[in-house]
Design a protein around this ligand. Structure first.
Ligand code: F6P
Length: 341
């Protein structure tokens, strides 16, 4: 069998672990040939690929990023790919394509599958917002990075009696903010799923200082918005990939709190630090299992589906199911987090 692999969308710790696992299972166990397309779907469209043998994936298990490179694809180019799907299969001699990616990549995978390509998807994203899988790899690493950052910020905040507003990733789903905020014992957590009122944060900080506490840490997801009429904060434009350009809620909120409280408030934007560097052991294991199961699915001819974690099992689910809606934080999980403030 000839298997094509690609990584698309925002990178994520654990991508290399999937690539390595696919190559090991396919080459070692089945004697397959594996080719890796460069820079996501654009490598597939432009015919840029290289052979991935065991040497090519040696030493990459713990490496962050992706050895294949990644990119986001504009809708027009994707349409072009779907129209040429059968030519692409013939040109590259591919028996199975394994795209590893988040919501956008899996939507593209679904379109390619509908267009006739033999596709097995592997979900990834630090946001953990893909339906039909309990977890995505990369999330555990991002939560760990954000938690450690807040642990560190607490000590410097206390020394200077400051409020720290820590902005973490999460456009539409606040999983990173929820779990890192809980793990670090943040005093406020703001999620995209529940508009927040800055007046409540002001009250919380004032009460803490009145009790003799000398600092506060607030964890805010980049996609969080204040409730209507509570603070001046606009919605951003939509970029060419269909994503909102955020206006910087961390900085805006820190400025607002400083103005209302008369206490120093500092924004800390964690940004891409959450996505860089080595994956945690949990993410390496999940990524390795996904790669193994993707190859098995390809050999069974189980196309149009993706690997998924259900409890402790890896199962295959239809791509169509995975891309219908984002997995956002349910309100009972937000209620649990609020109880620790
Ligand atoms: O989807 C993963 C993610 O890391 C989001 O959390 C974040 O909003 C986005 O990617 C950032 O994308 P880019 O790397 O293109 O700035």
């Amino acid at each position: 069998m000839r298997i094509g692999v690609l990584t698309a969308g925002g990178d994520c710790p654990g991508l290399n672990a999937v690539i390595r696992s696919v190559v090991h299972r396919a080459v070692d166990n089945y004697g397959d040939e594996v080719i890796g397309f460069e820079d996501g779907y654009s490598g597939l469209l432009d015919g840029r690929y290289r052979t991935l043998d065991l040497d090519a994936v040696s030493g990459i298990l713990a490496r962050g990023g992706t050895i294949l490179g990644s990119s986001r694809l504009e809708r027009d180019r994707l349409r072009e790919a779907c129209e040429n799907a059968s030519d692409m299969i013939r040109d590259f001699g591919i028996d199975a394509l394994i795209p590893i990616g988040g919501e956008g990549t899996l939507t593209a995978a679904h379109m390619l599958s509908e267009a006739g390509l033999p596709v097995v998807g592997v979900p990834k994203t630090i946001d953990n917002d893909i339906s039909s899988t309990d977890r995505t790899f990369g999330f555990d690493t991002a939560v760990g990075v954000a938690t450690e950052a807040m642990d560190r910020l607490k000590t410097t905040a206390e020394s200077h009696q400051r409020v720290m507003v820590v902005e973490v990733m999460g456009r539409h789903a606040g999983w990173i903010a929820l779990e890192s905020g809980m793990a670090a014992g943040a005093h406020g957590i703001c999620l995209p799923e529940r508009p927040f009122d800055p007046a409540q944060l002001v009250k919380m900080v004032e009460e803490r200082f009145a009790r003799g506490k000398k600092f506060a840490v607030i964890c805010v997801a980049e996609g969080a918005h204040p409730a209507d009429g509570t603070m001046d904060y606009g919605k951003g434009e939509i970029d060419k990939f269909g994503h909102e350009r955020f206006q910087g809620i961390g900085t805006a909120l820190a400025y607002e709190l400083e103005r209302r409280l008369g206490k120093e408030s500092k924004p800390v934007i964690l940004g891409h630090v959450q996505r860089g560097g080595t994956p945690t052991a949990y993410d390496r294991v999940l990524a390795t299992r996904f790669g193994w199961h993707a190859v098995e699915a390809a050999h069974r001819g189980d196309f149009g589906r993706m690997t998924s974690l259900r409890g402790t099992d890896i199962v295959m689910v239809p791509l169509a199911e995975a891309v219908t809606e984002l997995k956002t934080v349910p309100s009972d999980r937000m209620d649990e987090a609020e109880s620790v403030f």
